[in-house]
Ligand binder design. Structure first.
Ligand SMILES: *[C@@H]1O[C@H](CO)[C@@H](O)[C@H](O)[C@H]1NC(C)=O
Ligand SMILES: *[C@@H]1O[C@H](CO)[C@@H](O)[C@H](O)[C@H]1NC(C)=O
Ligand SMILES: *[C@@H]1O[C@H](CO)[C@@H](O)[C@H](O)[C@H]1NC(C)=O
Ligand SMILES: *[C@@H]1O[C@H](CO)[C@@H](O)[C@H](O)[C@H]1NC(C)=O
Ligand SMILES: *[C@@H]1O[C@H](CO)[C@@H](O)[C@H](O)[C@H]1NC(C)=O
Length: 343
């Protein structure tokens, strides 16, 4: 090879490698830019097998669109739609007490069954019989396939919720319908009331509260005992989201650990029972905050940057399935539903 031959060969090799990498890059790029789905958006049909606790709501029309601006999400409670439904939702309370799920019906291969409950594990009885039937879970838990919390914290302030100076006739209130002495909350209540007066309402007492009277009554007191009936992962009920926040009383919380409340509730919005070594110290803190206007209002400063939204309508929860639908695991089976619920 003469020097000019080898120069020509080198030039040739360099061009080939340049060209091929250019080709490879172009192919890769066009592949990466390929739109992920070409399919036109289609309607998703959601069948609610039984209404929770036997209380039904109208599903006439396109409720998800009309009420929540969620399109292509058709809800029905007509069990004749079983064979065409994309998703069938079973609420645990009825499943555990009533007839079993419709295993005798021909279940379409692409149909997903959803197990739904807003109750803490201790209230979800007879789970073992449901192992291996469900594809998705729907609960207040953040790790459910379709999380449906009782409420959530949103960015963006709302000054209207900010309370005036504490001019209230009572210190602490508690509303309890099913008092059980062995529950943690009962122990804290019994200890706390030795140190401070607590106004107690609800079915357990001789002072039940109607829905209409609930919030105005709680609003008369500076603090509200937002004590959950059981301490379970992520279980924060309407006692916090509605009772305390909507009434504008500082919630004293007992439920999951402080870390959970810190993630889910507005910043510096609550007093956690576990922060105190004794009920005496908790009582002392409440008295201190009650006497110090600035300290009291500090628990409401989140209103300037955050707001809370409560979720109470089953239809809104069902519509939310369609929002999550495209990103839910395609094939999943809860072989050990009982284990998941208790995990
Ligand atoms: C989706 O549902 C809407 C409302 O019921 C209906 O008007 C529309 O024809 C449906 N679209 C398809 C593709 O089925
Ligand atoms: C409804 O949703 C669409 C898109 O999903 C959005 O563009 C529109 O602003 C929403 N309308 C309202 C009133 O929120
Ligand atoms: C349920 O659907 C069936 C079949 O589409 C229909 O014949 C029946 O009238 C529906 N029932 C109700 C209560 O809407
Ligand atoms: C505080 O409450 C008392 C008694 O109910 C009432 O007379 C007074 O006007 C209230 N003060 C304010 C600032 O609301
Ligand atoms: C849903 O669960 C059922 C029952 O375990 C199973 O037979 C079916 O294959 C699952 N469907 C999908 C799409 O994973």
């Amino acid at each position: 090879m003469t020097p000019s031959d080898s120069r020509a060969l080198l030039l040739f090799l360099v061009s080939v490698s340049l060209l091929s990498s250019l080709l490879f890059y172009t192919l890769l790029k066009s592949h990466l830019q390929e739109p992920r789905a070409h399919a036109p958006p289609r309607n998703i049909s959601v069948l609610l097998w039984r209404w929770p606790f036997g209380r039904s709501y109208s599903l006439a029309g396109d409720k998800c669109l009309e009420m929540y601006n969620i399109s292509r999400c058709l809800l029905t409670d007509n069990v004749s739609a079983f064979s065409t439904a994309d998703v069938v939702v079973f609420h645990h309370h009825e499943l555990s007490r009533g007839p079993p799920p419709p295993l005798h019906l021909d279940r379409p291969a692409s149909q997903r069954w959803v197990w739904m409950s807003l109750e803490p594990p201790v209230n979800n009885v007879n789970l073992a019989q449901l192992n291996g039937l469900f594809n998705w879970t729907m609960s207040y838990r953040r790790d459910a396939d379709i999380p449906i919390p009782y409420g959530k914290t949103l960015l963006g302030g709302d000054e209207r919720g900010f309370p005036a100076a504490p001019n209230r006739s009572c210190l602490v209130s508690w509303v309890v319908s099913r008092y059980q002495p062995q529950q943690a909350r009962a122990g804290v209540y019994q200890g706390l009331k030795k140190h401070i007066p607590i106004e107690v309402y609800g079915r357990w007492t001789k002072r039940p509260l109607s829905d209409r009277k609930l919030l105005p009554t709680i609003a008369k007191c500076l603090f509200y005992l937002a004590f959950e009936n059981s301490e379970a992962k992520d279980y924060i009920s309407e006692k916090l989201w509605r009772n305390a926040f909507r009434a504008g009383a500082i919630p004293v919380v007992l439920g999951p650990g402080r870390a959970t409340y810190e993630v889910l509730a507005p910043p510096a919005s609550f007093i956690h029972v576990a922060d105190f070594k004794s009920v005496a110290e908790l009582a002392a803190h409440l008295k201190r905050v009650a006497a110090d206007r600035e300290a009291y209002e500090g628990y409401f400063s989140w209103h300037r940057s955050h707001r809370v939204k409560t979720l109470t309508d089953w239809r809104e929860r069902l519509c939310h399935i369609c929002v999550r639908y495209p990103s839910l695991p395609a094939s999943r089976i809860y072989q050990d539903l009982e284990g998941w619920v208790n995990s």
